[in-house]
Each structure stands twice: as C-alpha cells, then as structure tokens.
Design a protein around this ligand. Structure first.
Ligand code: FAD
Ligand code: NAD
Length: 488
C-alpha cells in the first residue's frame, strides 16, 4: 500500500519522537537551518513531562512536605494531625505538568523553524517513512536525508504467573489514580520503585516493596542502598529484599490480590505497581525496512557518535540503550542532531554524566565509583554528614560525600547521599568533566553552612593528605624551618 504513495514531504532530517531527545534534536537541527520534521505519536514532551520526572518529583514534593511536618517535633515544631488530601496531591501533580507543558509544545518547536506532525511514524526504507496522523487525516509520506530515532522506552511488565488476572499499575498510569491505595505492593526497588514506595508511604499508604536483588538501588553505592533502605523502613515501607514474586493471586475486584513470594511469605495488596525496568519503544517502527540493528537487549545499537548501523539513521534518548535519564536524552538529542545535520562525529560523554535518585536521602553520583577507585589507582576521600554543620542544623545527618581522586589530584568521581545531593553533584560533574583538581576546589571558597561544603571539605581532606607526604611535605617542613631560622 505505502509503495504506491508518492513522497509528499522531502526533509533533511526526520526526528521520530517528541520526548526530551526528539525535542532537543529537532530544535537543534532547525536552528542550524536544516529542514526538520518532528513526528510525535502521543503527547509532546514525552515521558519526562507526562509520566516520569515531572509527576514523580511533584508527588515526592507533597510526600516530603508531609514527612517534614510529621518529623517537626524533633525540631520543636508540632504539626499535629497531618492530613493528606490525595485528590489535592494529584491536582498538584497535574498542575505541575500543565505548568511545564507549554515549554515542550509544538509551537515552541515550530518557532525554531522545524515542522511538527502529530502522528505515528514508520520507516518504509532507509530513506523514506510514512506518518499516520493522529487526527485520522491521510497518511503522509516522507523522504529524508537523515533520521533520528527518539522513541523512548516503556515500562516492562514481565509475565509473572497470575499477573494477567490483576490490573497492574505502572509509571505510565499511576498518575491517573484518584483514590489513594490503602495497601500498595511495589515490585522492583530501582529508581522508580524506591522513589514511589517512599512517596506513597509518606502520604499514608501501607507500602510493601519487593526486590529480587539483595539491596534496594543495586546500581548505586552499597552504603547509599543501606541508608535508603533504612529511610524507607523508617517511613513505614515494608522492605523485602532478596526475594521475588512466584505467583500473583488475583482478588475478586481485578485490582487487589496477594503476592506469593519466593521466601514463602505472602503480601496482600489493594493495588500493585510494577517497576521492573523498561523496554525500548520500537514496535511498528518499521526498523526491518532499514539497516538499523538492535543490541542484545533489544535497544537500537549506536556507536559513540549515536549513529546506528544504518549510516543515515541516528538515535538518542532511552531507545538508544544508553542510561535512561532526561539530561542524557537532551544532551544526546542535541549531539545526534549536530552530527546528522552538520556531518560531524562528536562523541557521547560517558564519564561525567551525573544521576540522582530522588529518595530521601537523595542519592547522587557521577564518574568513577568509589568501589572501583583502588583498581584504577585512585584514592577515596569522605566527609560524613554528621560532620557537616548544615546537616546537623537540619537534623539530617544520615549521609556522606565521597570523592574519587587520581594520583594527579583530579576528581574522577563522586557519590553524595543526603538532602539536596542532586544540587551538590553538579559541581562534582564539572570537576570530573574538566579534570579539576582537589587543590583547585580547596582553594575556591564555598559558602557556609551548606551541604556543598562537604564536597569542599572532601577536597581539602585530599589536599591535606597530599601535603603530608613526599616532596611537598619535605618542602613545607623546610620552608617552616627556614622561616623559624630567619625570624629568630
Ligand atoms: C517514573 C519515572 C521517573 C523518572 N524520573 C527521572 C528523573 O527524575 N530524572 C531523569 O533524568 N530521568 C527520569 N526518568 C527517565 C526519563 O523520563 C527518560 O529518560 C526520558 O523521558 C527519555 O526521553 P526520550 O526522549 O528518550 O523518550 P520519551 O520521553 O519516552 O519520548 C519518546 C516519544 O516518542 C513517541 N513515539 C514513540 N514511537 C513513535 C512513533 N513510531 N512515531 C512517533 N512518535 C513516537 C512517544 O509517544 C514519546 O512521546 C524517569 C522515568 C520515569 C518512568
Ligand atoms: N531519578 C531518576 O533519574 C529516575 C527516576 C525513575 C526512573 N529513572 C530511569 O528509569 C529507569 C527504569 O527504572 P526502574 O526502576 O523501572 O528499573 P530498574 O532497572 O532501575 O530497577 C528495576 C529493579 O527491579 C528488580 N527486579 C527485577 N525483576 C524483579 C522481580 N521479578 N522481582 C523483584 N524485583 C525485581 C531489579 O533488581 C531492579 O533493581 C531507571 O534505570 C532510570 O534510568 C530515573
């Protein structure tokens, strides 16, 4: 059928997907003067805006407010009878989405010179695609010189025995809840499971978190996992690690039920939220008509310049199999567009990419992990937040700032656990990216009292160690002796 269509649009660059990666890619290319077409099948803004970062951080803001009010007594403030109005919390969540939505709109993209079509795109060859517009109007055929696949990822719901009998929640639809579940079972303690378990518990839901791995947030520093697990437990989450779901027994309403776990225990729930990872959104994309190959996990395989195995097709964002964060989607969307539009071969930055899990305490990391420091010939310096005055003042001492430093004194990585760790990690990312030394950081006055002075003090600790050994130490001692001698 599509073979009979004559091309109606001829563009330099076709961008498929209007999430963060696609939006940034289209705007970048259009600003270069490249004729650019962005196609979005559902909603401009993608997952971050509608089902990801924005709603989750808005829910977390409400949950943190409730938790702060409840723990105020420790600081002498009694906010008795903290009451959560779940419907109002969800109104806040949706208000935040709608406040940000205009920034990701088709109008904003079109203002850069790109064209936007709301529709589903499918490749018909390595140079052509068809678009089925969402408004049901006639299919549009497109000829392109370059294309960027930015179709994102979707929640993975594994075929656990019995799960089909229950209407599960995922990060796609949990935002449509109108009633607060009394008992919520959360499967998976990665970023989504940990953030949402804590948020729902702080809002008053009884949450059971089931994690196959031996610890929550297994991709993070083990000490961060320990602190987050303790915080989840303190917030009332029933944390079950090292166990998995053997069978789901559905209740009569199709939503509630019982999880039968591999450790022999059972968990009754009113709703169950599945947060067991993501899968690439490539169904119906027509990749078989192109030379695009997939990696062993089924994601679009790209080289370091984000080019796929089809030389005219590039990919950015979650679907490209790189770490799934909005900032990476944005940076790589820009990079793919630059390479595609200008014929450059700029490379992705894999070393200095920060990530933050917005639990309380927040867990932020960048670069070389402390656990890998010794093997790389690096040292680890640490400041416990029990020695950070701002943390003491706020009664938030469960946390630490750890930096990884190479033999030349350059910061190669950092892990920060504590309130506002996500704000502090930016400085560490700059240091890692630019090869900044601990002495440069130590000689930069940081404001007091802040959480970021823990990063400063970790750098100072490293400088102190360096000054106390080897030639520098000998030179300092000689200078001091000389000074004593000359001022006798
Ligand atoms: C609950 C949750 C919380 C998160 N929190 C954070 C956070 O705090 N910080 C962070 O950095 N990251 C966070 N993330 C991850 C972040 O949301 C993603 O990494 C990011 O949205 C990926 O952007 P993307 O452009 O690759 O894909 P998406 O945003 O998924 O956009 C892809 C778009 O492509 C469209 N599309 C798909 N197929 C087609 C087609 N054939 N034709 C046309 N259009 C198509 C889709 O409709 C979609 O709009 C979170 C994710 C979740 C689920
Ligand atoms: N703050 C942020 O930046 C943020 C927030 C949310 C999501 N995200 C992104 O979204 C991605 C997906 O998040 P996610 O949490 O769905 O996936 P994930 O892969 O991070 O975590 C899934 C967890 O489920 C566990 N698991 C797997 N199978 C299981 C089973 N059968 N029973 C029990 N546990 C099982 C795994 O051990 C793993 O820890 C993240 O990797 C991240 O890139 C980022």
């Amino acid at each position: 059928m599509t073979a009979a269509l004559s091309p109606e649009l001829d563009v330099d660059l076709l961008v498929i997907g209007g999430g963060t990666a696609g939006l940034v890619a289209a705007k970048t290319a259009a600003r270069f003067g490249t004729s650019t077409l962005l196609v979005e099948a559902h909603r401009m803004g993608g997952d971050c805006l509608w089902t990801g970062c924005v709603p989750s951080k808005s829910l977390i803001a409400a949950a943190d407010t409730a938790a702060r009010a409840r723990s105020g007594a420790q600081l002498g403030v009694h906010a008795d009878d903290v009451r959560v109005d779940f419907a109002a919390v969800m109104r806040h969540v949706h208000a935040a989405i709608h406040e940000i939505e205009p920034a990701d709109s088709a109008e904003v993209v079109e203002a850069t010179g790109a064209r936007v079509i709301m529709g589903r795109a499918r490749f018909t060859s390595a140079r052509t695609a068809v678009i089925e517009p969402v408004d049901g109007t006639a299919t549009v055929a497109v000829r392109f010189r370059q294309a960027i696949i930015a179709t994102g990822s979707a929640p993975e719901v594994p075929a656990l025995p019995g799960i089909d009998g229950v209407e599960v929640l995922t990060s796609d639809d949990v935002w449509q809840l109108t009633e607060q579940p009394e008992r919520l079972a959360v499967l998976g303690a990665g970023a989504i499971g940990s953030e949402l378990s804590q948020a729902f518990a702080r809002l008053g839901t009884h949450v059971t978190l089931v994690q196959r791995n031996a610890r929550v947030l297994p991709k993070e520093d083990p000490d961060a996992s320990t602190l987050v697990a303790a915080a989840l437990t303190r917030d009332g989450v029933d944390v079950r690690v090292g166990t998995t779901v053997e069978r789901v027994e559905a209740g009569t309403d199709g939503r509630s039920g019982t999880l039968h776990l591999s450790d022999g225990t059972a968990v009754a729930f009113d709703r169950v939220l599945v947060a067991l990872g993501r899968r690439p959104r490539i169904e119906g994309l027509g990749l078989e008509a192109t030379g695009v190959r997939l990696d062993d996990r089924g994601y679009v395989a790209v080289d370091t310049s984000l080019r796929t195995s089809d030389r005219r097709i590039w990919s950015a964002g979650d679907v490209s199999g790189l770490p799934q964060f909005t900032h990476i989607a944005g940076v790589n969307g820009s990079l793919a567009a630059t390479n595609a539009a200008l014929g450059l071969r700029r490379r992705v930055d894999a070393d200095a990419v920060p990530r933050v899990t917005f639990t309380h305490p927040e867990v932020a990391a960048v670069g070389l992990a402390p656990a890998d420091a010794a093997a790389a010939g690096c040292a680890v310096r640490e400041v416990l937040h029990e020695h950070t005055d701002r943390a003491i003042a706020e009664d938030e001492m469960a946390g630490f700032t750890r930096i990884v430093v190479d033999t030349k004194g350059r910061v190669r990585g950092a892990v920060i656990v504590g309130p506002r760790a996500g704000e502090s990690i930016g400085e560490a990312a700059l240091a890692v990216r630019q090869g900044i030394t601990t002495s440069a950081i130590a000689s930069t006055t940081h404001p007091y009292p802040t959480y970021s002075d823990a990063f400063w003090n970790a750098a100072i600790a490293d400088v102190r160690v360096r000054l106390e050994r080897g030639a520098v130490a000998r030179a300092i001692r000689m200078l001091a002796r000389w000074r004593r001698f000359t001022t006798r």
